[in-house]
Design a protein around this ligand. Structure first.
Ligand SMILES: Nc1nc2c(ncn2[C@@H]2O[C@H](COP(=O)(O)OP(=O)(O)OP(=O)(O)O)[C@@H](O)[C@H]2O)c(=O)[nH]1
Ligand SMILES: [Mg+2]
Length: 363
């Protein structure tokens, strides 16, 4: 299981690991997860040719049975040697609520690898460094820290965009707080550190002696601080003249970032996937003030596009929804497109109520 905060690079890591195992001749199945339906991650990983099962509508821990049924269907359709699962980025306590129950109830079928948690540098430096303006409230920062606390392996991601000083600072901050942890730095984008990561993942994850303590009130409040929006929007050229799909996704995320800036709120992750037939383009924003990235470029023009937008932002669902509305309108006007919102779900995540929680591994 590859965890870590929203926008830490989990899906990018999952794709790189999947390719690695497939190159070794192993069969791979992936599992994505979200609080709602219409997941950019599922679509992106399927478009990249991977076999993907999906647990939508609740995190793995709160819908353990659905996770098990998705794992069973993957077994039937793909008979994978390796399964890589990505829990929701605002989720923690997965060791006690997912990994240990899986080990105890289905240990005859699955061997569990060490839990890898990616550290997102954009928020990690501020949160671990204890900066006053860390971007999120202390309750949301609590989730970030708990994710690292329960990791078997902490992988500081996005090494390619860190200077040597920043890298050393982050490793130092993790070691200071969690001296026992296995820490490494990786780049899911470029592959640095992955030889070491896959060596560590080849070991069997050990059942912990004790599970970490989690205050579910703080966890629930921290998660509910985020407005969550999943939407499907169609765009059509007004004059049937093709338009560059990369520009559509990039400009939409940039327009939304501009709206959110006026609200003075922090972004955890905004991702937009534009699709037309086999063409796919993806743009991301991983923190306030960061540049919008085109993480998957299509470099073609299309007459129409279906867009999936997933946004997790520290603001109310209403404000998030109107910001998205404004952004869609602005981009449609600039690119001379008709737009139509086909689906929209916008909410604050509810209190996590795990199906199983092991208080004590021997209990
Ligand atoms: N520079 C750099 N960017 C990265 C790296 N890994 C991921 N990213 C970028 O970070 C953004 C988020 O990556 P994802 O893989 O979607 O992150 P995630 O953790 O799956 O996000 P959620 O599922 O929304 O929680 C994308 O723009 C990626 O291209 C990396 O190693 N280096
Ligand atoms: Mg993801």
């Amino acid at each position: 299981m590859v965890g870590g905060f929203l926008g830490a690079g989990k899906t990018t890591t999952v794709a790189r690991l999947a390719r690695h195992y497939m190159d070794e001749g192993r069969r791979v199945g992936l599992v994505t997860n979200d609080q709602a339906t219409d997941l950019v991650d599922t679509f992106a990983l399927r478009a990249a040719g991977f076999a993907v099962g999906e647990v939508p509508g609740a995190c793995f821990c709160c819908n353990f049975d659905r996770l098990m049924s998705v794992l069973e269907s993957l077994q039937q359709s793909e008979s994978p040697d390796v399964i890589i699962a990505e829990p929701v980025g605002s989720c923690t306590d997965v060791m006690a609520t997912v990994i240990q129950p899986l080990r105890e109830m289905h240990g005859d079928q699955y061997q569990l690898a060490p839990l890898t948690v990616l550290l997102k540098p954009e928020h990690g430096r501020r949160i671990l460094g204890g900066q006053a303006r860390a971007g999120f409230s202390p309750k949301a920062a609590y989730i970030f820290m708990k994710q690292i606390e329960e990791a078997d392996i902490v992988a500081i991601n996005k090494l390619d965009k860190l200077s040597d000083t920043e890298r050393a600072e982050l490793i130092g901050l993790v070691r200071e707080r969690f001296p026992e942890k296995q820490v490494l730095a990786v780049s899911a984008r470029c592959g640095d550190g992955f030889a070491r990561l896959t060596r560590l993942l080849a070991r069997e994850g050990a059942a912990p002696d004790t599970f970490m303590k989690v205050d579910y009130n703080i966890y629930a409040d921290g998660e509910a601080e985020l407005g969550w929006l999943n939407s499907q929007i169609s765009f059509q050229s007004r004059a049937d003249t093709p338009f560059p799909i990369d520009q559509l996704v990039q400009q939409l995320v940039a327009a939304l970032a501009e709206q959110l800036e006026t609200l003075d709120v922090e972004t955890a992750h905004v991702k937009a996937l534009g699709q037309h037939q086999q063409v796919v383009s993806i743009a991301n924003l991983v923190a306030r003030g960061e540049p919008v990235e085109l993480s998957h470029a299509a470099q073609v023009s299309v007459p129409q596009a279906q867009l999936i937008l997933n946004a997790r932002v520290a603001t109310s669902p209403n404000e998030l929804e109107s910001s998205v509305d404004e952004a869609v309108r602005a981009v449609a006007a600039t690119l001379h497109l008709e737009s139509r919102v086909e689906q929209i779900q916008c909410f604050r995540p509810g209190r996590p109520t795990p199906t199983y929680r092991r208080e004590n591994p021997f209990g």
